[in-house]
Design a protein around this ligand. Structure first.
Ligand SMILES: [Zn+2]
Length: 248
């Protein structure tokens, strides 16, 4: 491209035009990322997250992917953001800074919740405490604590000791529920990671043949998927329109 011969005014007007188009393309990219996310398409390709998809499939740097996804999230929460990007009033850097500030506010609030015996925690110490708490409280392959029983966890019986065993005494009702031992067995069998993308984030036990089509809750019909892969599988089975209300 040789721009040597064009006039100053032509050069300026072309530059302004291109920058305007660049901003429009940016918001269009953000809308497309939003739709890829809504359809959970990244998990279709075996990626753990939209971020991994943006880096490994689309070729963005980590930083560029992070800024676009942060902007995409803000754009869906605050629709006015789109016109501000188009007019050049805010940039991707502003948007990711805004996201960081929101997070910072949350962290300060969390630090305020800590008991007096842990004053002046640094972010690192706070993070370690949260990790310890999460690992001890939320490991799904560990036995449930007693108090969970009131939320409908099946009582331990002899038949439950064998993972995934059905209960002949009450076949229809019991077979449709995933028993606690079966659930733990599925987590252990999958090594606590998604069977599609190996993510360890937001894992859920899924029926391979849906319950609505007569699929049982025995372990042979169960698999462990992360939330995104599970939603992607559900979209493929029952369509995005039906799934829309469950996708956040
Ligand atoms: Zn997955």
């Amino acid at each position: 491209m040789n721009l040597n011969s064009i006039s100053n005014s032509e050069l300026l007007s072309r530059t302004e035009n291109l920058v305007h188009q660049e901003r429009e393309i940016l918001t269009s990219v953000l809308h497309h990322l939003q739709e890829v996310n809504r359809r959970r398409l990244f998990s279709y390709y075996g990626f753990k997250s939209l971020f991994d998809f943006a880096v490994l499939k689309l070729g963005y740097s980590n930083d560029a992917a992070y800024r676009r996804i942060a902007a995409m999230k803000l754009m869906s929460e605050i629709p006015e953001v789109e016109s501000k990007i188009n007019s050049g009033e805010i940039t991707l850097t502003h948007l990711s800074m805004a996201q960081t500030l929101f997070r910072q506010e949350k962290i300060e609030k969390l630090k305020g919740y800590l008991p007096y015996k842990h004053p002046g925690n640094t972010i690192g110490e706070l993070f370690v405490k949260l990790c310890d708490l999460g690992l001890s409280e939320w490991d799904p392959s560990k036995p449930l604590k007693k108090k969970s029983a009131k939320f409908g966890a099946p009582q331990k019986t002899k038949s439950d000791v064998v993972a995934g065993s059905s209960n002949a005494a009450d076949p229809l009702e019991k077979q449709s529920k995933i028993t606690t031992p079966a659930r733990r067995f599925v987590f252990r069998r999958a090594n606590n990671s998604c069977e599609n993308c190996q993510s360890t984030f937001a894992l859920e036990v899924d029926h391979i043949i849906p319950k609505s089509k007569g699929g049982s809750s025995n372990t042979e019909n169960l698999r462990l998927l992360c939330k995104s892969c599970n939603q992607r599988a559900a979209i493929a089975k029952i369509g995005i329109k039906t799934m829309e209300k469950y996708i956040t």
